[in-house]
Write a protein that binds this ligand. Structure first.
Ligand code: B12
Length: 251
């Protein structure tokens, strides 16, 4: 059994710390390049480092695959306390869960708001086609999805959420230049609160530079970043709504 208070990567045996790294250095393909890669890997807290593979990429650049033994460990027990801990359900499990606990479709409204034109993230979550072979929520039997697209004002998103009595409001933000996303996300939270809708609906954001911690700080219920699949979002929505329904928190 792994000691979850001190977790290390493993390759052959539990706790052996073995990792594989791949990276490119802007140096010519030569023995000195290999030395540079080994030295760098040691500086990354790796022991017993070896270059498993290296090759010339183009003039002046070399690519490496390096193995090593990681000295560091993390306290997984402590990390998962107070963080966002859910076991992801599949599309079919989520649909069954909705059927069993809600006896109706759950309504979600989403958009990429403000001046942000990046629609791929919100489409990945919502459109039937989904992302990386996983359906978006539109393809689920248990969700009624309203995807408003991109460059939608926060006011429009909130108005639509109120009009359809949304169970969850979803916002995607990609452009972070000059903290635009922070202003926009804060404005959305303020608007939902001003409309008296904050306790009626979950408020969820996503985007490549967001984290769950940042989202919570800004007043959202959850934040999702890279590597998110629609079933991750779906799992959060159904479990959180049920928890709130049981605790009688949603009005
Ligand atoms: C495609 C693209 C565009 C397209 C967008 C087309 C479209 N319809 O979306 C176009 C060409 C229009 C575009 C324009 C611009 N872009 Co652009 N674009 C990209 C690019 C190449 C890919 C983005 C993408 O689609 N990723 C794929 C999706 C699936 O990933 P994702 O959005 O992260 O979504 C995942 C998660 O974040 C999460 N998620 C996202 N949203 C949500 C929402 C919810 C509710 C949940 C649960 C999860 C979730 O789940 C998704 C799946 O895992 C990136 C660079 C890159 N390689 O990332 C630059 C990039 C995002 N663009 C950038 C910039 C600067 C711009 C412009 C400002 C450029 C310019 N000067 O005109 C304009 C912005 C215009 C505007 N007003 O917004 C910068 C952003 C820098 C920053 N941090 O601010 C990037 C990073 C490029 C760069 N390196 O400079 N862009």
């Amino acid at each position: 059994m792994a000691d979850l208070s001190s977790v290390r990567p493993y390759g052959d045996r539990l706790d052996d710390g073995i990792v594989q790294l791949s990276f490119t250095l802007p140096v010519p393909y030569a023995l000195s390049a290999k030395q540079a890669a080994l030295e760098l890997a040691r500086k990354m807290s790796l022991d017993e480092v070896e270059v498993a593979h290296y090759q010339r990429l183009c003039e002046g650049y070399t690519h490496f695959v390096v193995y090593g033994r990681c000295r560091e460990a993390v306290d997984f027990e402590q990390l998962r306390q107070g963080s966002f801990e859910i076991q992801f359900m599949t599309e079919h499990e989520i649909d069954r869960f909705i059927d069993q606990h809600f006896h109706r479709k759950l309504v979600v409204v989403g958009a990429s708001t403000g001046t942000d034109t990046h629609s791929v993230g919100i489409d990945a979550m919502l459109n039937a086609k989904g992302f990386d072979g996983k359906h978006g929520l539109e393809a689920y039997k248990g969700f009624d999805v309203h995807n408003l697209g991109s460059q939608v004002s926060n006011a429009q998103l909130v108005a639509e959420a109120i009009a359809v009595d949304a169970d969850a409001i979803l916002v995607s933000q990609t452009v972070t230049q000059q903290n635009l996303h922070l202003h926009n996300l804060t404005e959305l939270v303020d608007l939902v609160e001003a409309e008296g809708f904050r306790n009626r609906s979950l408020l969820i954001c996503g985007g490549p530079r967001l984290s769950h911690e940042l989202a919570k700080e800004l007043g959202f219920d959850a934040g999702f970043s890279r590597g998110t699949y629609p079933n991750h979002l779906g799992t959060f929505i159904v479990q959180e709504l049920l928890a709130r329904k049981s605790a009688d928190v949603l009005t």
